[in-house]
Structure formats: structure tokens, C-alpha cells
Ligand binder design. Structure first.
Ligand SMILES: Nc1nc2c(ncn2[C@@H]2O[C@H](COP(=O)(O)OP(=O)(O)OP(=O)(O)O)[C@@H](O)[C@H]2O)c(=O)[nH]1
Length: 377
């Protein structure tokens, strides 16, 4: 099968506006907190206008195709990077990367118009593209949680960078015959690979944005907006699953019921906002003592419950004591303390509610005995 380069590039150019349209539609419909979609869409359009210009070599003047086309290709790649920086909430690198792109474009103009020099042009174009793409992957790898879409996008970008390196090496070794539009196997295969990599990168953007929206909805549905602890229903579900699992495997499971002391007084004395701050501080302190599998839930007001899978009563008391000490010694203002009740799963516990009521009973004994203490059931 013979691949025609211009057909490949025109197909890629057709795909560009379509993908830009998809990204712009997402931008319209997704919450404003999902940023960067406009830059990704704009970059896609710019890249594909660049591809059309490059494909029109031998038809339009060299300055328009080689300089104009490749400058747009580089500019669009920069816009993708800026979109990802916006998406990740990072400060933009426009000053440095923009300067890099301007220098590359000026050098390109020089090697097209003033001192025509094919190998120098290839070096400038491919080096700039690879630098931008590697920086892009690096930003993602450093700042994105490594979920599926993040990994997918990094791999697509790395594949694109590798394809540009191969294109550059091939061009410098004479495989492009001094013109990437010459119909030969090397040019055709590398154009097809670059087109596929670009499409994969665009799919990566869509996946990344969708995953962010899913995460946000999940967070809204499960996490308490003030403290970030699990809301009652989400905690109940997680606790029930964990309780069933521990029962099946005959493992320990403990609960700690926690209630901030004299919280009404804190609100009345320092105001509701100060009370909120104490709640946030409490959750921050608790979180520093948790393992991945532990789940903190806010049952309402100043009442919390902590699920500790595979934890014996003695170990749960150690955790509770650490939390009690950390809150009592917190530098936060106003000062606050917490009373805690520990209960560990027994064969006689008929349900999660039964176990919770035992932890609650222990916590009320801690209140009765003077607060700021841990009591076991
Ligand atoms: N600031 C703030 N206060 C809240 C929130 N939710 C509930 N509260 C307040 O928490 C207080 C709870 O008071 P009580 O149930 O009387 O308990 P307490 O004062 O902590 O007394 P003990 O539990 O016996 O130590 C009430 O004044 C509620 O208005 C919240 O999200 N933020």
C-alpha cells in the first residue's frame, strides 16, 4: 500500500477543526473550574492550519509554507502546553516558552529567506517541538495525579516527541530528500505516525477534562464542603463495605466516635467563622494520623467518626490518643479539645449501626468523665 503524504496531512487537517470543536463544546458545557480547554482548542486549530500550510509546499511560496506553517505548528504546540498549565492550575510559562518560540521562528525565517539551509531549519523546528512536548509531559507527570488519562496523555506526548526525533534524524541523514513533502516511504510513515500521535494527544485532553469533571462531581457528592471529610452517606457505604470485608476475613475493625468539646461555647465566644476554622483544623490534624484505608466521616455539626480497618482495640486507642494530643496541642486559635469513644467489631455486633452506637456510648462517657479523653467500650 502506498501512503500519499498530502492525503494524510489533509486528513489530519480535517480532523483538527473537528477536535477543536469537541474541545470547545466541552468548554461550554463543563464547569468553569475545568480550565485550559480554550487553549487546547485554539492550539489544535493553529497546529492544523500550520499542517495545511506545510502540505501546500511547492504550491505557495517557501516563506508561507516552511516558515509560516512550521511557526504555527510550534505556536500551537506551545498553546497546548499553556492549556495544560491552566488545567493544572500552574503559573504559566509563557514568558520563557514564548521567548523560545519567537527565537525559533526568527531563526527559521533566517534559514528560509536569508540563508536557505535545510538541515538548520529541521534542527530548529524539531528541537523546539521536542523541548515543548517534553516540558509538557514533565508538567503533567509532576502535577497530575497519575490516573489513566494523565498516563495516556504523557505517553501520547512522549510518542510524539520520539516521532519528531526520528523525523529530525531521518531528515539530517537524507531520508526526507530535503523536503518532507517528497513522496517516499520515510516521509509517508513519519507523517502517518505524527498524525496518529496528535490524535491520541487530543483524545488525551478530552479524557483528562472528563476525568476532572467526574472527580469534581464525586467530590461534591461524597465530601463535606467545609472540611473535606466524607459525608454521612458516603462514609456509611465505605464503612459497610469495610465491615463486611473484615468479617469475611476474620480481621479486626475499630471505630472512633469523636465530638469536639463545648463547641457551642466556641461559636458563642469567638463567632461561627472561628468555629468553622476549628473544624477545618481538626480534620487536618486527624488526616495526618491516618493510613490510606482509614476513613474519616463528618456525621454532622462537630461530630465525626473514624473507621480503622484491620485495627485492634489497643491500636485504635493509640491512634485516638495521638489525635487527642494533636488537637489539644494545636496552635490553632481558638483552642479546642475532643472527646472520643473507641469500639472494636465484636461477633455480637448485628450491624454497623450497632457498632456505631457502642462507639457513641463510649464517647458520651468521655464527655461525662470531663471531656478531652479517650474511652473504650
Ligand atoms: N461553626 C460551626 N458550628 C457548627 C457547625 N455545625 C454545628 N455547629 C454548632 O456546634 C454546636 C454544637 O453544640 P452542642 O451540641 O450543644 O455541643 P457542645 O457545645 O460541643 O457541647 P459538648 O458536645 O457537650 O461538649 C452548636 O452550637 C451548632 O450550632 C458548623 O459547621 N460550623
Amino acid at each position: 500500500m502506498k501512503l500519499d503524504i498530502r492525503t494524510i496531512l489533509f486528513m489530519a487537517a480535517f480532523m483538527g477543526p473537528l477536535m477543536a470543536f469537541v474541545l470547545l463544546s466541552l468548554r461550554r458545557n463543563y464547569p468553569v473550574s475545568v480550565r485550559g480547554l480554550g487553549w487546547w482548542a485554539g492550539g489544535t486549530l493553529v497546529i492544523f492550519i500550520g499542517i495545511v500550510l506545510v502540505a501546500l509546499r511547492d504550491i505557495l511560496p517557501l516563506l508561507a509554507t516552511v516558515w509560516g506553517g512550521n511557526s504555527l505548528l510550534i505556536g500551537g504546540t506551545l498553546m497546548w502546553l499553556l492549556g495544560t498549565e491552566k488545567f493544572l492550575g500552574l503559573p504559566t510559562s509563557l514568558r520563557t516558552t514564548g521567548a523560545l518560540v519567537l527565537v525559533a521562528s526568527a531563526l527559521l525565517a533566517y534559514f528560509v529567506q536569508v540563508q536557505p539551509f535545510y538541515e538548520a531549519r529541521v534542527t530548529v523546528i524539531d528541537t523546539t517541538l521536542v523541548m515543548l512536548i517534553v516540558l509538557h509531559s514533565h508538567r503533567l507527570a509532576q502535577h497530575n495525579r497519575f490516573d489513566f488519562s494523565g498516563r495516556f496523555l504523557v505517553l501520547s506526548l512522549m510518542a510524539t516527541a520520539c516521532a519528531w526525533v526520528v523525523q529530525g534524524a531521518g531528515a539530517l541523514s537524507g531520508y526526507t530528500e530535503g523536503n518532507a513533502m517528497v513522496s517516499n516511504n520515510f516521509n509517508a510513515v513519519i507523517s502517518a505516525v505524527l498524525t496518529c500521535c496528535t490524535l491520541l494527544t487530543l483524545i488525551g485532553f478530552v479524557l483528562l477534562a472528563s476525568e476532572r469533571v467526574r472527580d469534581e462531581f464525586e467530590r461534591l457528592a461524597t465530601k463535606d464542603s467545609l472540611t473535606g471529610a466524607l459525608m454521612r452517606r458516603a462514609w456509611d457505604t465505605a464503612a459497610q463495605l469495610e465491615m463486611d470485608r473484615c468479617r469475611r476475613h476474620g480481621r479486626d475493625l475499630s471505630l472512633i466516635a469523636m465530638d469536639l468539646d463545648h463547641f457551642k461555647q466556641i461559636n458563642d465566644t469567638y463567632g461561627h467563622l472561628a468555629g468553622d476554622k476549628a473544624l477545618i483544623d481538626f480534620v487536618v490534624r486527624v488526616n495526618t494520623h491516618l493510613r490510606r484505608q482509614d476513613q474519616l466521616g463528618r456525621l454532622g455539626g462537630e461530630e465525626f467518626v473514624l473507621l480503622l480497618p484491620e485495627t485492634s482495640q489497643n491500636d485504635a486507642v493509640v491512634v485516638a490518643e495521638r489525635i487527642r494530643a494533636a488537637t489539644a496541642n494545636s496552635p490553632a486559635h481558638p483552642r479546642y479539645t475532643v472527646s472520643m469513644g473507641v469500639a472494636t467489631l465484636q461477633p455480637s455486633d448485628m450491624s454497623l449501626q450497632h457498632l456505631m452506637s457502642r462507639a457513641d456510648a463510649a464517647m458520651y462517657r468521655a464527655k461525662d468523665q470531663g471531656r478531652n479523653q479517650v474511652v473504650t467500650q
